[in-house]
Design a protein around this ligand. Structure first.
Ligand code: ADP
Length: 422
């Protein structure tokens, strides 16, 4: 080969290398441009995200972004409920291929994405199967605690690309922070509301009986100074009743506080038969004083559920106490425990005053007293039903009632059944 040919070959090689370099340079430039756009887009996304603390707004924003950016047809966010060990849907957007989930429903991971079938899980915690058209991004706090999932689905059959997966992960991380913040914010708001209620209670429900007590104390002083023992005895009785009322109000407030901080870590398997019997025992004397007939209908065999015995007894007792209080003398109170599939139903039926429709709507608000004709002079704090509801819901149960003015009421709750004492 002569020198010229060699030079020509060398020249061609250099030109090819140059073209390759230029090509690499161009793709790097494109990549930098793409990243810049991505950063700019995320910046815009963050700016929007911080515009509101409202969870609906945040979820809407996240889902519309992730859908547009990943060309997905469907997006869903669900919150992990640690107590019930289930995912609860917070929002779903788009057209679902499978189940069309609504807010508040329990979300189930599709069978093919449940362990051990999950075919892949990338290091950032995204689950996907071989079709790679359905992505589940776990929302985990820094210490690993699961708080929810972000799901995206595409119907076209085209796999999500790795950059779409990465983008979904970035959005999922931001959603984790927002969701966590909104949970904390909700807790603070609840605490504030609770504090407000306590403050109102202190300024009204406690001050009023205290003023009455102080009045009777002055009258007592007068009776003693003027040597009127019969009058003094009457005043002592009033003072004693007032002090008892104040005591039970404080007990209920303290119980409310305890219930607000209940945790499932202290649960035991408890017998609902014992709870029903003991709750009735506590109020039997009050029922006798009112000449009520009390019927206790318990099932054969055992009846277990998981929870805190003291608090559940308090919940059952409160319903029994209300039935006794809000039924005119000589009524019938029926306490029942029934089994339905995997839960127990505890209920108390009375033949009392009943509650009309308008008042029924507010029954479970704390400090609400639905005064019906006939019940105006019956003592109470308006905390009982609120307490029952909180206790039952802390035990993953649900409260129910039906009532008809002049005929009576039926209040009760459902609790998940547990099979046997461990
Ligand atoms: P309290 O009895 O201390 O007022 P609750 O929270 O237990 O408070 O009940 C709220 C209101 O609901 C009561 O004031 C009463 O008007 C009504 N209520 C509750 N249980 C019954 C019942 N079994 N029959 C009729 N009214 C009831």
């Amino acid at each position: 080969m002569d020198e010229l040919t060699k030079l020509k070959i060398r020249n061609a090689e250099l030109e090819a290398a140059l073209a390759a370099n230029q090509h690499a340079l161009e793709s790097s430039r494109q990549e930098i441009l793409r990243r810049e756009q991505e950063i700019e887009a995320l910046h815009e996304f963050d700016k929007e995200l911080t515009k509101s603390e409202d969870l609906e707004f945040i979820l809407n924003h996240v889902l519309s972004w992730v859908k547009v950016r990943t060309h997905a047809d469907y997006g869903l966010v669900a919150r992990w409920d640690e107590n019930r060990q289930v995912f609860e849907v917070l929002m779903a957007r788009g057209i679902a291929l499978g189940v069309d989930y609504q807010k508040g429903e329990l979300f189930q991971l599709p069978n093919h994405l449940r362990p051990p079938e999950v075919t892949e899980r990338d290091p950032t915690g995204i689950l996907f199967d071989s079709s790679q058209t359905y992505l589940v991004s776990e929302l985990r706090l820094a210490e690993g605690q699961l708080i929810g999932v972000l799901v995206v689905q595409r119907h076209s059959g085209i796999k999500f690309t790795s950059s779409e997966k990465k983008f979904t992960r970035i959005i999922a991380d931001r959603l984790t922070i927002s969701l966590h913040m909104s949970t904390l914010l909700k807790r603070v708001q609840d605490m504030n509301q609770h504090r407000g209620q306590l403050f109102r209670m202190l300024s009204h429900d406690l001050r009023q009986p205290l003023t009455v007590l102080m009045g009777y104390l002055q009258l007592m002083e007068y009776a003693i100074k003027n040597n009127k023992p019969e009058m003094a005895v009457t005043y002592v009785n009033h003072i004693s009743t007032g002090a008892k009322d104040l005591h039970s109000l404080l007990e209920e407030v303290l119980l409310m506080e305890r219930v607000a901080n209940l945790s499932s870590t202290d649960w035991n398997v408890v017998s609902l038969l014992d709870i029903s019997r003991q709750a009735l025992e506590k109020h039997q004397a009050a029922a006798d004083l009112q000449d009520h007939q009390v019927i206790l209908e318990l099932p054969e065999g055992e009846a277990y559920c998981k929870g805190l015995e003291l608090e559940l007894k308090e919940a059952a007792g409160n319903l029994i106490n209300n039935a006794i209080k809000y039924t005119p003398k000589g009524g019938t109170i029926t306490i029942r425990l029934l089994r339905h599939e995997d839960f127990w139903q505890f209920e108390v039926q009375d033949t009392g005053y009943g509650i009309d429709r308008e008042r029924q709507a507010r029954l479970f608000q704390s400090f609400y007293r639905a005064q019906q004709p006939g019940t105006e002079n019956i003592k109470g704090t308006g905390l009982g039903l609120n307490l029952v509801k909180s206790i039952v819901e802390k035990h993953n149960g649900k409260i129910f009632f039906e009532s008809e003015p002049g005929k009576g009421s039926r209040f009760g709750f459902w609790l998940p059944a547990s099979e046997a004492k461990e």
